[in-house]
Design a protein around this ligand. Structure first.
Ligand code: SF4
Length: 378
């Protein structure tokens, strides 16, 4: 299935949900947004996880300076230009303004204000201590109230817990799927589709697991093994094709669309022993030490995590893992730490390519050259 088909199917899916009386809550695709609460309150969570292009980025300059990150620019562009394949964005009833980063807040506020989508607020602390955990819980209560006021009925703890279990099983399946040895582009495509649809994608995910499990590739197929960290590769981005054309294969996605999402799962014992669903999500927020919103120590945690994956991979396969740190242009979160990340990993003899780019077509050739040169080095 190509992306056009996927988006058209997704538009049909959303329309059907709307006909059933469901309302759609959009948000920019980073972590910590409690999609389980949105689901338990009877809404459809819609994650903005679409890559940009020249037109989408250009359309945003009416609202924000060009020094805004290319992804946030493109999110604004989607609402401003309304490309045909993204017409389903008109079905969004509410938009969450959250504070993953400055670009996220600004773009979300603009989408809500200038495109007339009612706003919901959900803010998370940048620190991890007793007070920030209490604050996270208060914000969950606050979001619950906002959702209840719209639908006019109370979100019962039982429903919320049921939704947490549903998403937890979904993420476990995604994790299982992510471990299958297939071409990175095939894997990414399924993960993107799955995260767009959410748990209703589970039967298809099970089908893909069955289909791919007997068709795994050998890691020595002449391709260089790659771990992708930094910014996600969103739907309709050609970056993964450039990596594969250059002779690389992403075997590990250390990004929001990837491990950062499906690694945040609860063990059955935690789910059974912790009655309060709000405490469960607080616990998850507390344990999320690898997401780039987590301060302090995010960078140290990230370096240690990548080193561990690298060493485990080398021990298991005897092969090196090249690290591509994907920096979406003007993404402060990732770019500000990129030199330190590269230097620290290279001290450990782990090769890193800091690959900064926006979504313009003109830089395609330049990106290919840099990727090919890096892959040759591994
Ligand atoms: S600056 Fe980075 S973290 Fe923020 S919206 Fe852009 S890509 Fe996401």
């Amino acid at each position: 299935m190509d992306n056009l088909e996927l988006l058209s199917d997704y538009a049909t899916f959303l329309r059907e949900k709307k006909e059933e009386g469901k309302k759609v809550v959009g948000f920019i695709s980073h972590d910590n947004i409690p999609e389980e609460l949105i689901d338990a309150a009877g809404f459809i969570p819609l994650r903005l996880m679409f890559a940009g292009n020249d037109d989408l980025m250009d359309a945003s300059v009416d609202y924000l300076p060009p020094s805004t990150c290319a992804f946030a620019q493109s999110c604004i562009g989607l609402f401003s230009l309304k490309p045909n394949q993204y017409k389903f964005l008109e079905l969004i009833d509410y938009f969450i303004v959250s504070n993953h980063c400055v670009s996220d807040i600004c773009a979300s506020e603009i989408i809500s204000k200038y495109f007339n989508i009612s706003r919901l607020n959900f803010y998370t602390s940048y620190t991890k201590n007793e007070n920030s955990l209490k604050y996270f819980k208060l914000e969950l209560f606050e979001l619950k109230k906002q959702l209840e006021n719209i639908n006019g009925y109370k979100v019962q703890d039982e429903e919320f817990k049921k939704s947490i279990r549903k998403y937890n099983s979904f993420k476990k399946k995604l994790l299982e799927f992510s471990l299958i040895n297939i071409k990175g582009s095939e894997k990414l495509k399924v993960l993107q589709y799955a995260m767009l649809y959410g748990p209703s994608f589970l039967p298809k995910l099970e089908f893909y697991i069955k289909e791919f499990i007997d068709n795994q590739i050998q890691s020595s197929n002449g391709l260089k093994d790659i771990l992708l960290t930094g910014g996600s590769i969103f739907i309709d981005d050609h970056l993964i094709d450039l990596i594969e054309e250059g002779g690389g294969n992403i075997i590990y996605l250390d990004t929001w669309i990837g491990n950062n999402y499906y690694s945040q799962i609860f063990g059955d014992n935690v789910l059974d022993s912790m009655e309060n669903p709000y405490d469960l999500l607080v616990q998850r927020f507390k344990n999320n030490i690898f997401g780039d919103h987590s301060v302090p120590n995010f960078l140290e945690n990230k370096i240690l995590q990548i080193e561990k994956i690298y060493l485990d991979h080398k021990k298991k396969t005897g092969r090196k893992l090249g690290i591509i740190n994907h920096i979406i242009k003007f993404c402060d979160h990732i770019s500000i730490m990129s030199t330190h990340l590269k230097n620290r990993l290279q001290e450990k003899e782990i090769q890193v390519l800091n690959l900064e780019r926006d979504y313009s077509r003109a830089i395609r050739g330049q990106l290919s050259t840099r990727i090919e040169a890096f892959l040759e080095m591994i």
